[in-house]
Design a protein around this ligand. Structure first.
Ligand code: IVH
Length: 678
């Protein structure tokens, strides 16, 4: 009897956890207003996972644990849409929009009193989401409008796709069948961060947010989709059993009530207001978090819209008012090559100047040499160039039909354009490198990086001054900065006493920067801010890091064979060793003190296992974990007999009861500091 009630309680707790997690996920990802800490959220997930491990028969498709982890598919199944997933006709200027209005007015006189809803037209991938009795059961791509591909497992990994509706447990009951239409996309910020990560890891970058989003959904491995920062906004209902909606506004309100993320929308009482709103969207286009390629103007009255009917695949009741193109064709006059700080050569397009969405563009990135070859881009070609948001304009590809035979095939340079030394290509990598560490272009970029904010943070030493220092042979490597004297700067153009002194002072005070910053500042290929910081957990100073082997480095999370090799190579280069010697001689030699024990001495927390619950007064969850680990302790997620200490903060989770049950020692932050005797 007791057992049965235990089981009953556990099942109840499981349901409670699923509901809470789905709800907090919604507060965080959809409403952007979390009510609990990330740490407490993770604790709820851990508890749910524990129950599900004990009772796999209780795992349901709407469990938040089921977002990730599905096995890769062999192929996508085809699915019929319940009704055609229509498209929109386009307008390119206000006259087009007014002409549309006149056309539909002629068909139905009610149009003259119509009001509208205006939304941004998101440039992403259309998806169709099916909910049966409130549970997300299937998600499909648009396909040809009649039949799409079943991408359910991939869509489940997107945190903004509700697994169960209504998401708020107190919300109105969901219809038995609900089919919703929306757009999956990647925000511009996330897209840039993704590319920055790829670049740091020496991998190929993506060309634009739309293709990245579409490619991430339309591939067979859900784990890969899960690793991409995809998100969703909905804007229409395809089917809703037992309910008829009178207006777009009602639809959008209902979607919100169910817990869907809904596109930004504006009610406009007449066409002039709708056009005004569209102009406003165009004005703020660059400030929008995602790429929008226009606005959508919809007649609010759904009965009127339905009666107006459809032309081909385009409903008459709505129109897409496209923003001016940001893809423009212009002539590729030449291909230039830049030398980056790690010696990477990057090609760029020198273009016949062209106005793209209000900005004159003369240059655009060509990504890398493989890109030029794959797309068969030739000098003299007409090329399609795109500019979006604040991203550097990029070439999409050639317009082959415009060729006249005079175009020239481009070959990557065999010598560095800045120093004339031979360039190298490493197997398995897309980039070509200038490996001459004395290359002036590289040196300028290197110093620029060395002094930058995330590295040694030497304020006032801008690119112009760096160029002057290199051109006048005052610095031959980064270590020379520390030997500079005010009098030397005074000989340079544009320098007065005060400015020279300020710069020398800034250089000298950067000597006290941390080891992590110095490692990052060295500009080793693949070693950025995050990894530099991680390396200081294992290496106390640069001479310790210089002795590390490829095998040893690969034991560190985030270090693969390429990066490990790049680190070893950097320290094997005599020129770099000379830089290290000079840095040391000049007093630039930070040592990471507290993390390393003296050899032979055990760390104070060695062999002890900790679990943390609740919020601590002066540590974030990551900080306390790092702190315990740096002193030799281990931090795990769940309390077990093996746990030595539970570190208790404010608003603890269920771990507390479990620790009490098992007789685990419970300590607060002060007691934690005491055991570490710090
Ligand atoms: S309404 C009948 N609203 O733009 C309903 N579409 O050709 C037609 N799109 O691929 C769609 N944002 O998926 C609508 N706020 C929005 C939209 C939107 C993006 C996409 C849509 C379709 C294309 C229109």
């Amino acid at each position: 009897m007791k057992n049965q009630s235990n089981i009953h309680d556990l099942k109840k707790r499981l349901e409670e956890l699923k509901e809470q997690i789905n709800y907090h996920n919604y507060l965080y990802h959809v409403l952007d207003s979390p009510q609990i800490s990330d740490y407490d959220f993770d604790q709820l997930l851990v508890e749910l996972k524990e129950i599900e491990e004990k009772h796999p028969e209780w795992i349901t498709t709407d469990s938040p644990t089921q977002r990730v982890g599905a096995a890769p598919l062999e192929k996508f199944n085809k699915v019929q849409h319940p009704s055609p997933i229509l498209s929109l006709s386009n307008a390119f200027d206000e006259a087009d929009v007014r002409a549309w209005y006149e056309r539909i007015h002629k068909i139905d006189d009610r149009v003259k009193n119509a009001n509208f809803v205006v939304e941004p037209k998101i440039d992403g991938l259309t998806v169709v989401l099916h909910y049966t009795n409130g549970i997300f059961t299937m998600g499909a791509t648009r396909g040809d409008g009649f039949e799409g591909e079943d991408v359910t497992a991939n869509l489940k990994t997107i945190r903004t796709v509700p697994l169960k509706i209504p998401v708020d447990p107190l919300g109105e009951k969901a219809p038995d069948v609900l089919v919703v239409r929306g757009e999956v996309f990647i925000t511009i910020k996330e897209f840039e961060a993704l590319n920055a990560r790829l670049l740091e890891a020496g991998e190929k970058t993506y060309q634009n947010p739309r293709n990245t989003a579409a490619g991430s959904v339309r591939q067979l491995d859900p784990a890969l989709t899960a690793s991409r920062p995809l998100t969703l906004l909905t804007y229409a209902i395809v089917e809703c059993q037992g309910r008829e909606f009178e207006s777009e506004l009602q639809v959008l309100t209902f979607l919100k009530q169910m817990g869907f993320p809904v596109v930004e929308y504006y009610y406009c009482e007449n066409l002039d207001k709708a056009l005004e709103r569209s102009r406003f969207f165009l004005e703020i286009r660059d400030k929008m978090p995602y790429e929008a390629d226009g606005s959508v103007i919809k007649i609010n009255n759904l009965f009127l819209s339905r009666d107006l009917g459809v032309v081909g695949k385009d409903p008459r009741g709505s129109i897409a008012y496209k923003f001016p193109a940001r893809e423009v064709v212009t002539k590729l006059i030449d291909i230039g090559v830049n030398v980056g700080r790690t010696g990477v050569l990057t090609p760029y397009a020198i273009l016949e100047p062209v106005n793209i969405g209000g900005v004159i563009v003369k240059q655009a990135t060509l990504h890398n040499f493989d890109f030029i070859k794959d797309k068969d881009i030739r000098i003299g070609d007409y090329v399609l160039v795109k500019r979006s948001g604040d991203v550097i304009p990029y070439v999409i590809g050639p317009v082959e039909s415009k060729r006249d035979g005079s175009e020239k095939i481009f070959s990557p340079p065999e010598i560095c354009p800045a120093c004339n030394q031979p360039v190298e290509h490493f197997p398995g990598e897309v980039a070509w490198y200038c490996v001459n560490s004395g290359c002036p272009a590289q040196l300028i970029r290197n110093i620029e990086h060395f002094v930058s904010r995330g590295a040694m943070d030497i304020v006032g030493l801008g690119i112009k001054i760096v160029e002057q220092l290199v051109e006048n042979s005052l610095v031959k490597d980064v270590a020379d900065l520390y030997a500079l004297k005010t009098s030397q700067l005074l000989n340079l153009e544009g320098f007065a006493e005060k400015k020279a002194e300020n710069i020398i002072n800034a250089i000298q005070s950067s000597k006290s920067q941390s080891l992590a910053r110095l490692i990052n500042a060295l500009g080793i290929r693949g070693v950025g801010e995050v990894l530099s910081n991680d390396l200081t957990k294992y290496y106390q100073d640069l001479s310790a890091l210089a002795k590390a082997s490829v095998e040893e480095l690969q034991n560190i999370e985030g270090v693969g064979p390429n990066i490990a090799q790049a680190i070893v190579d950097w320290f094997a280069n005599p020129k770099n060793l000379e830089i290290l010697n000079k840095l040391k001689k000049n007093g630039v030699w930070p040592v990471e003190l507290q993390r390393k024990p003296e050899s032979g001495k055990a760390l104070p927390l060695a062999g002890k296992t900790f679990v943390i619950t609740g919020t601590l007064p002066s540590f974030s969850r990551e900080q306390v974990k790092e702190y315990i680990e740096s002193l030799g302790g281990k931090v795990t997620d769940s309390v077990s007999k093996k746990t030595d200490y539970l570190v208790l903060g404010e608003n603890p989770g269920s771990k507390l009861a479990k620790a009490e049950n098992l007789g685990v020692k419970i300590i607060d932050e002060t007691a934690l500091r005491e055991i570490t005797k710090l």
